[in-house]
Design a binder for this molecule. Structure first.
Ligand SMILES: [Zn+2]
Ligand SMILES: [Zn+2]
Length: 497
């Protein structure tokens, strides 16, 4: 499809053109489109309204002929936006906010027949080029489903710490303010959201629970569907079947938010510090664009970064649901472990610790700083017990191995930081081998320690940092855990003794 723009009465339009037609301006030479006044007598396409309201999409994302879209533009129901704007030779992608020259690439474009540039940063969500138009709905809003009484199917009881946080979440959403819920691993943060979500839905607000991790979305979707049986819960991720559906309650990976535009009254972001949201500016822009101008953002994290902690009003849940303190890491100096490993040696201290835990049939994670170390270490450890296995990000049998570990068929997994989040196994004990390496950041170490003691039946367990010189991250992680335990105790959130 080819399209060109032309100007009538100083307004600029785009329309489809045949391949041999040459008049019209290329989109890249247009400053910005103005919105046409709305023609109330125009019979707009209700299905198109549903697909487009609150979103900003590429033309090719809409399964509607360009002629029909353009008719809606002329009648003031749809607005075109430039995909990329150029200001004094500086380019800016209007979808992801990218303005870094290094992230724009040139290519011979079949559509505009010019040497066109496109944004590499958001290319995974469909190409935005100099000649791309984004479209948004500016006509009347969808009526939406009739809001009955929102049923909530949850009979659990909140802990004291959860209750305090739950009240703050309700307040933040209703007053459309921002909030950070800093909840230790095992505090039970999902339950803290339920009351706020229910009240928002009852008031016909549009609410989104997003996470940088697709695993989190897959885990939360059935839970929320179960808790809110008479609400349609939409779950969006790459390849989801729910795309194009409308509901007031959306679960989505943060990547999917890029398609929304001024839509949500509240966005809750779970595991806000997890890869890749924590350092990807693009997704921060996506969150900003997806919510209405006045809206609430609620961030959830066990290990928030400094910038978030400083800038966001915060409620902490410093204690676990089961009221036992967080296991505190111990430090164990093992000398130059790299040198030893090169000679196929592991330190006696690690050996003894492992032997003791294996003899007691305790499940064990040994975290290592790299795949290279993992491969060497697991070869040596297999002599101790042939069933010991390793996992890393690209490991094709990762899921199967974790499952076998849960079933007790694998007594010990040697792993890269890939298992620092998500996996919980009762009575787990954890070692970090080479914990001074830079891959083990403060937050990674807090998450790793957070795997231990999660279940009510086994609230304690070992967390040992085997190191060749304490790192700042190790010291900070330990201090943070101790501070949370102290605060939990002071607030009466821990059992006595
Ligand atoms: Zn972009
Ligand atoms: Zn082009």
């Amino acid at each position: 499809m080819k399209f060109a723009s032309f100007s009538v009465n100083e307004k600029i339009f785009i329309r489809p053109v045949s391949n041999n037609e040459t008049n019209g301006l290329p989109i890249s030479s247009i400053k910005e489109w103005s919105t046409n006044p709305i023609n109330v007598n125009y019979r707009f396409n209700g299905e198109l309204q549903g697909k487009l309201e609150g979103r900003r999409l590429l033309l090719e994302q809409l399964d509607v002929p360009l002629e029909e879209i353009h008719e809606h533009v002329e009648n003031g129901y749809i607005k075109y936006h430039k995909g990329i704007t150029e200001d004094n030779n500086a380019l800016k992608c209007n979808r992801c906010g990218n303005n870094d020259e290094a992230f724009f690439a040139s290519y011979p474009c079949a559509r505009c027949s010019l040497k066109c540039k496109y944004c590499r940063k958001c290319i995974l969500m469909g190409r935005i080029a100099m000649c791309t138009a984004l479209v948004s709905w500016c006509g009347p809003k969808c009526k939406g489903p009739e809001i009955g009484n929102i049923e909530m199917n949850w009979t659990g009881k909140l802990s004291l710490g959860q209750e305090r946080a739950s009240e703050r979440v309700v307040n933040a959403i209703l007053k459309q303010e921002d909030l950070l819920v800093w909840a230790v691993c095992g505090a039970g943060k999902t339950e803290v959201l339920l009351s706020g979500i229910k009240q928002a839905l009852q008031m016909n607000m549009k609410i989104c629970v997003a996470s940088p991790r697709v695993d989190v979305i897959h885990e939360l979707t059935p839970r929320f569907k179960n808790v809110f049986p008479n609400v349609e819960v939409i779950s969006l991720y790459g390849g989801s079947n729910d795309r194009g559906k409308i509901s007031n309650f959306v679960l989505a990976t943060t990547h999917q938010l890029i398609h929304y535009y001024k839509y949500f009254d509240a966005i809750i972001i779970d595991e806000v510090d997890a890869f890749p949201y924590s350092y990807d500016e693009m997704l921060t822009v996506a969150v900003q664009n997806a919510k209405k101008e006045v809206a609430s953002t609620v961030l959830l994290s066990a290990t928030p970064g400094k910038a978030i902690r400083v800038n966001t009003p915060t409620i902490k849940i410093p204690a676990r649901y089961h009221r036992s303190p967080l296991p505190v890491p111990s430090f164990c100096w093992i000398g130059d472990w790299k040198k030893k490993l090169a000679k196929n040696n592991i330190t006696k201290k690690l050996y003894n610790w492992l032997k003791k835990r294996l003899d007691a049939s305790n499940p064990i994670f040994v975290f290592v700083p790299s795949v290279e170390v993992m491969k060497k270490l697991v070869t040596i450890l297999k002599k101790l017990d042939g069933r010991i296995e390793s996992v890393y990000a690209e490991d094709k049998s990762r899921k199967e191995k974790v499952q076998q570990f849960r079933e007790g068929k694998i007594p010990c997994l040697v792993t890269t930081t890939i298992l620092e989040r998500g996996v919980t196994v009762p009575n787990l004990h954890v070692a970090v081998y080479g914990s001074e390496e830079s891959v083990f950041s403060r937050s990674a170490l807090v998450q790793i320690a957070g795997r231990v003691g999660r279940s009510q039946d086994y609230p304690i367990g070992d967390v040992v940092f085997f190191h060749y010189g304490k790192s700042r991250a190790m010291v900070e992680a330990r201090a943070e855990i101790l501070a949370m335990n102290k605060e939990g105790k002071e607030l009466g959130l821990l059992n006595e003794g």
